[in-house]
Design a protein around this ligand. Structure first.
Ligand SMILES: Cc1ncc(C[n+]2csc(CCOP(=O)(O)OP(=O)(O)O)c2C)c(N)n1
Ligand code: SF4
Ligand SMILES: [Mg+2]
Length: 351
């Protein structure tokens, strides 16, 4: 993989966050993606979110599969832990890492090909198990890296760059995530930083499976007339159901909206999601009605974006399995080996 490091020198007047780090400290190497690729805007949004939240870079673990989208962890938060896995296998690698060490913040980046085709089963099981992670699909409706074949999220009837119509039904990963029990589900657009950054911030502090489908146009193979994942199509058909402001538990809450127009949702760690409702009949706390709403708007050709579902009291995989708090590599012999008496008791219980 091409690797172009950025110069380490910072301008001394760059603003710093609570850790004394600049935004540049959260960047990665120089992107080798096509100029204008939506994926680069998502990387920039991740950099902004991690900087704003004062996340210690060494506490972040970024994982991916294979694809242009899966190359992007190289382009943000260089000092974080990183693992570029096999095509479609990011979720199981992330699940294993999370079980071994729950103290890191897990950020999985994938593509629509990576997650909706070869990795569909992996996506489904990581979400269904409630792995504490942020799972971002950079969704461009094509296999960008292998030169623009339709992916499983391409809409039926949408056209390839050469004018061929896609005959297959699409898979909507947002609807799947809702059906599978994800406790935080959002959809956004790489061209809408004002929506995407707070969504990523809220997802990073959500203590369970947080899924974000981010429409991310491929300027090389899927940004033409007839595509439903182009910049123009998404801008024209974007139906934003709410606007999210994200406030950490450290910040004061200033009320600058008319009463009744804003809903406050408190997350497990005390962080606050302030939701400005833009669609009167959309409720992000009702999984079934969110699914119905998405289905209706999708049939009408609209792309629904915003925070689509949130459960503020989620239980993750560690809660389900009642695992130890400490990372497994810090456990000593006393914790790992309970002794022959305990083993004999266990064996006796199974006879
Ligand atoms: C096991 C395996 N099968 C197929 C491939 C070829 N391949 C590489 S990337 C890719 C699809 C990438 O599409 P997507 O995940 O949507 O990422 P994008 O490039 O569009 O961001 C495929 C099929 C591979 N690398 N490994
Ligand atoms: S081929 Fe498409 S997805 Fe890949 S870098 Fe270029 S614009 Fe982005
Ligand atoms: Mg793709």
């Amino acid at each position: 993989m091409t690797y172009l490091p950025k110069p380490k020198l910072h301008h001394p007047s760059l603003p710093t966050n609570g850790l004394g780090l600049t935004r540049r400290d959260y960047e990665g190497s120089v992107s080798t993606l096509c100029a204008g690729c939506g994926h680069d805007s998502i990387s920039a949004a991740i950099v902004q979110a991690c900087f704003d939240l004062d996340l210690p870079p060494h506490r972040i673990a970024k994982l991916s599969g294979i694809g242009c989208s899966s190359k992007t962890p190289d382009y943000f938060v260089a000092p974080a832990h990183g693992f570029n896995s096999v095509h479609g296998r990011m979720p199981s690698v992330l699940t294993g890492a999370n079980l071994a060490n729950r103290e890191l913040i897990y950020l999985g980046v994938s593509g629509d090909g990576d997650s909706a085709s070869i990795g569909l089963g992996q996506f489904a099981h990581s979400v269904r198990r409630g792995v504490n992670m942020v799972y971002i699909v950079e969704n461009n409706g094509v296999y960008g890296l292998t030169k623009g074949q339709f992916s499983a999220t391409s809409d039926r009837g949408s056209k390839s760059r050469r004018g061929v119509e896609n005959p297959d039904e699409p898979i909507d990963l947002v609807s799947m995530a809702l059906l599978l029990g994800a406790t935080f589900v959002g959809r956004s657009f790489s061209g809408d930083k004002a929506q995407l950054v707070p969504l990523i911030k809220a997802a990073l502090l959500h203590k369970c499976a947080a899924f974000i489908d981010c429409i991310s146009p491929c300027v090389a193979f899927n940004n033409h007339l007839g595509s439903t994942k182009s910049f123009d199509y998404v801008r024209e058909h974007n139906e934003t159901v709410n606007r999210l402001d994200f406030i950490t538990s450290r910040e004061p809450i200033t009320a600058d909206y008319a009463p009744g127009t804003v809903e406050t949702v408190e997350q497990h760690d005390g962080s606050i999601l302030r939701l400005r409702k833009l669609s009167a009949d959309f409720d992000p706390h009702d999984r079934i009605s969110a699914l119905n709403y998405l289905g209706e708007r999708q049939a009408a050709g609209e792309v629904v974006t915003g925070l689509l579902y949130v459960d503020s009291e989620p239980h993750d995989l560690h809660d389900h399995l009642n695992t130890v708090d400490a990372p497994l590599n810090t456990l000593g012999e006393a914790e790992l080996c309970p002794g022959s008496a305990a083993l004999a008791k266990l064996n006796a219980s199974l006879r």
